[in-house]
Design a protein around this ligand. Structure first.
Ligand code: M6R
Length: 654
């Protein structure tokens, strides 16, 4: 949800161009392209040019449109210091005026450019105040309010007010080596409520870049003679593999000193007390975020699932010693043995994985469990009994709704676990312990490999708990043997892509679909429907197969596609009855069925087969044909699969 990239390199002295890789602009534009999956309705860039002026360029649409606009500005956009942004609209329509960077003018004429990810909740009151002080607004955004507030603070005599209680930052101010921009940013941020990751530059300080975060992610890549600030590692990894993950409430000042050298990065809190920071290795490689010959990230990510699953299970599924090894939970083994109930929380696809977690934990560990939308859990005054474990399920580890639920549960005394993909993300740091998905960066907006990773982690967690409570060693061994073979089963499933494409083509013109399943495959039906609607814009509903009779059956007419997850298991016969009911009303049946089940052919217009595994493990397989079906439907309908309309990869607003 919005991507930020900012750059300062050598040559940022009085606006002279230069830097480690030909100045700021190429780094900013490349970074924006890498971050485009976070938001892509408009984009913008501001650079302190070689003439010392702040030059801004914005465009509605993709980064490629901005790139063309920037090219038209020629030399004016050259420089070694700048900020850039790709937007997913929250406050105000998708217009050039609402695109970032936003600017504010200080009383002494200095101009500040700001990019922002997050939401300033008290922006309306601040806007009224700033208007009274003479600031003139040109956009509808909350970000412009913050830009003007920083400018307002910049224009004031701040020296006395901002001397913090101590630390290197305060000494900096006393020595007169601090930055007015940094000071103004701190003061402005003290006035705002909400979430933010921000980066700002000012034409009166053409050798300084400042940034800060609270609630939205921001990292600082440490390159040779340059710093690259970004929302995530994808915008940094081609320049450096070393980065600092900023903490909530931390402000960073990056500067080229008077000796022409890049100064060590300097961090403080909002009170100007110096803070520590750690430079660590980024957790992924450049090739993981490239298309690698695939037409879309979504297809690449579906196809790489056998490998990502192997990585997820490696070292954790121990078939030799008959156990699940989850190193991240070691420190909590005593608390986990005392656990009385589990709550799985997340949004979208992650919620669907959590729902499978609910079924798994009750079935395999006999622990009362429930899954809940994080957004609903947070605001319904939830009861957290002693012994409650909350599991935050998330690919990004930054989803605002899920974070809010996690905090609420922790405040009420729950033990907090994470099933998160992004290493070092807010959720991974705010939970008591967790199990990383280890599926690598997911770029496609439609989540695929992360879902399978989440389900795999929740399966292992349930087995881990089951073994400590009720499960026999024989059952444990049986599950481990099956789990170990899941990656090779997925490898055979993705081979069905062409068959699935052909069958999808027969029904892709239909605008209303149903997805039905029972038991473990009910959440898979929900996930199949979500996948189809978010990238193909076909209306689809998922529900328990039995629920159809209680109303939705009225929708079924001649040729309506109804996808059944009808694998062999305890509810197979009941699902077959539901198939009959749909057929009797003219529905067109697409069935996900177990290999060797030929009976189902008579009732179905298309069959996608999955290997026979225990019911608890079926979701790891049955979702794969549905991912491919959605992918092909979207491509056949001519949509941009990786950047579906109105969506963003990481939803960092509630
Ligand atoms: O990063 P998260 O897993 O927390 O994201 C949760 C949802 O926003 C996400 O799964 C969303 O539903 C995807 N578009 C699904 O494909």
């Amino acid at each position: 949800m919005c991507g930020i990239v900012a750059y300062i390199g050598l040559g940022a002295s009085g606006g002279a161009s230069g830097g480690t890789s030909g100045g700021a602009l190429p780094v900013l534009l490349e970074g924006l392209k890498r971050l485009e999956y976070r938001g892509y309705d408009s984009a913008g860039v501001a650079v302190i040019g070689s003439d010392g002026r702040l030059n801004t360029c914005k465009a509605v649409g993709r980064v490629s449109v901005l790139e063309a606009a920037v090219a038209r500005q020629g030399e004016a956009m050259a420089g070694s210091l700048g900020v850039a942004h790709t937007r997913w609209a929250t406050h105000g329509k998708v217009t050039e005026a609402n695109a970032h960077p936003h600017v504010g003018q200080a009383a002494d004429g200095a101009t500040i450019a700001l990019v922002h990810n997050g939401t300033i909740e008290n922006y309306a009151a601040l806007r009224t105040l700033l208007e009274k002080k003479g600031h003139v607004f040109t956009s509808e955004t909350d970000t412009e309010v913050l830009a003007k507030l920083i400018a307002e603070m910049y224009g004031r005599d701040l020296r006395q007010r901002d001397l913090g209680p101590g630390g290197g930052g305060a000494s900096d101010e006393r020595r007169g080596t601090g930055s007015r921009l940094e000071r103004a940013l701190r003061l402005a941020l003290r006035e705002v409520t909400g979430a933010y990751a921000v980066a700002a530059v000012c034409d009166a300080e053409p050798t300084t870049l400042v940034a800060a975060r609270k609630g939205s992610p921001l990292i600082v890549g440490v390159a040779d003679g340059a710093y690259v600030v970004a929302s995530d590692g994808s915008a940094i990894v081609s320049h450096t593999s070393r980065a600092v993950t900023l903490e909530d409430g931390q402000v960073v000042r990056l500067r080229v000193g008077t000796n022409g050298k890049v100064e060590p990065l300097h961090t403080t809190d909002l009170d100007n007390v110096a803070t520590s920071h750690e430079v660590s290795d980024l957790e992924f490689e450049l090739e993981q975020i490239e298309l690698g010959g695939y037409p879309h990230y979504m297809l690449k990510e579906i196809m790489e699932q056998p490998e990502t699953l192997r990585t997820c299970l490696r070292g954790r599924v121990d078939t030799r010693d008959g156990r699940i090894v989850l190193g991240g939970l070691n420190a909590l083994s005593r608390e986990l043995v005392r656990a009385k109930r589990f709550v799985f929380t997340g949004q979208g696809t992650a919620y669907h994985a959590g729902l499978i977690g609910e079924y798994l934990m009750e079935d395999l560990a006999k622990l009362p469990s429930r899954a809940t939308y994080a957004s609903e859990f947070r605001y319904r005054n939830p009861l957290i009994e002693d012994g409650t474990v909350i599991v935050a399920v998330s690919q990004s580890g930054e989803t605002a709704d899920t974070m809010a639920a996690l905090e609420e549960a922790k405040d009420r005394g729950a033990l907090a676990l994470g099933a998160v993909n992004v290493v070092g993300s807010t959720m991974s740091r705010e939970t008591d312990a967790g199990v990383y998905l280890r599926v690598g960066p997911e770029i496609g907006v439609a989540s695929t490999k992360a879902f399978v990773g989440q389900v795999a982690v929740l399966t292992m967690l349930s087995l881990f708990m089951g073994k400590r409570r009720v499960m026999s060693q024989a059952d444990m061994q049986m599950y481990l043997e099956h789990l170990d073979r899941i990656p090779e089963h997925v490898a055979s499933l993705v081979q069905q892509s062409e068959h699935i494409k052909d069958k999808t083509a027969e029904v892709v013109d239909r605008d209303n679909w149903l997805f039905l399943g029972r038991g473990y495959n009910y959440p898979v039906a929900l996930e199949g429907a979500l996948k189809l609607k978010e990238i193909s814009y076909i209306h689809a509903e998922g529900m328990p197969a039995a629920e159809m009779k209680h109303g939705p059956i009225a929708l079924i007419d001649e040729g309506m596609p109804v996808v059944f997850i009808a694998t062999r298991g305890s509810q197979y016969d009941k699902v077959m009855s539901n198939i009959e009911e749909v057929r009797a009303r003219g529905g067109r049946i697409l069935a996900v069925a177990t290999e060797g089940d030929t009976d189902i052919d008579r009732y179905s217009d298309a069959v996608f087969r999955v290997p026979d595994v225990p019911e608890a493990l079926q979701p790891l397989l049955t979702v794969v044909p549905l991912q491919l079906l959605s992918y092909h439907a979207a491509v056949l309908r001519g949509h941009d699969v990786d950047k579906p309309r109105n969506l963003a990869k990481s939803v960092t607003v509630e």
